[in-house]
Write a protein that binds this ligand. Structure first.
Ligand SMILES: Cc1cc2nc3c(=O)[nH]c(=O)nc-3n(C[C@H](O)[C@H](O)[C@H](O)COP(=O)(O)O)c2cc1C
Length: 172
């Protein structure tokens, strides 16, 4: 089975995890970059105004025939990070099987809106949806704050552990 990993990351966590998953799957890895630099303010504006920021490479020029597309990226304000939106839109007209995997903060619990958002943007449910949380990597007491989870950067051990979990759900 041929897989393509596609990742976006602002602070490095999802990119590091995607690198590891791509290696494990022997998959091509498309790394989405933004044309404009990203700020906290522009995250809020994208969410409020439902924007799809310009990214490189564009899906049309980067995605080749494969059996499964594995998307990895953060969750922002309960939504899939906006730089992934052009790729989700592409999937609406290109019927690839896809998985969505995120290492998000989890300080406010799960991100229940993601499944519906993916279905709305791609027109179908993902083959796999895995919302992994940084809170699961930290001691549970005291309860990790938003500030602590947003500042956390995955360690090599975390990447091994999370990649193992991902491979379990991606295996047929
Ligand atoms: C503006 C902003 C909003 C965020 N909103 C959420 C959220 O709604 N749910 C969540 O679980 N994590 C949230 N996070 C935490 C990120 O998903 C988490 O830090 C992630 O690991 C960052 O991934 P990256 O390093 O690949 O960019 C948010 C982070 C930022 C900066």
């Amino acid at each position: 089975m041929s897989n393509t990993v596609i990742s976006y990351s602002l602070t490095g966590n999802n990119r590091a995890l995607a690198d590891s998953v791509a290696k494990e799957l022997s998959a091509e890895h498309i790394k989405i970059e933004e044309v404009k630099s990203r700020t906290m303010g522009s995250i809020v504006l994208d969410i409020i105004f439902n924007k799809s920021p310009t990214v490189r490479p564009l899906p049309d020029s980067s995605i080749k025939e494969c059996d499964l597309i594995v998307l990895l990226g953060p969750v922002w304000m309960g939504k899939v990070a906006t730089p992934l939106r052009l790729y989700l839109k592409y999937l609406k007209t290109h019927p690839y099987r896809y998985a969505f995997i995120s290492i998000s903060g989890g300080a406010d619990g799960s991100n229940p809106g993601i499944a519906g958002e993916l279905e709305k943007r791609t027109g179908r449910t993902p083959a796999v949806l895995l919302d992994l949380h940084i809170t699961g990597l930290l001691p549970s007491s005291p309860r990790p704050t938003r500030k602590a989870t947003s500042a956390y950067r995955l360690k090599p051990d975390d990447i091994v552990k999370l990649t193992g979990k991902i491979m379990t759900v991606l295996s047929p």
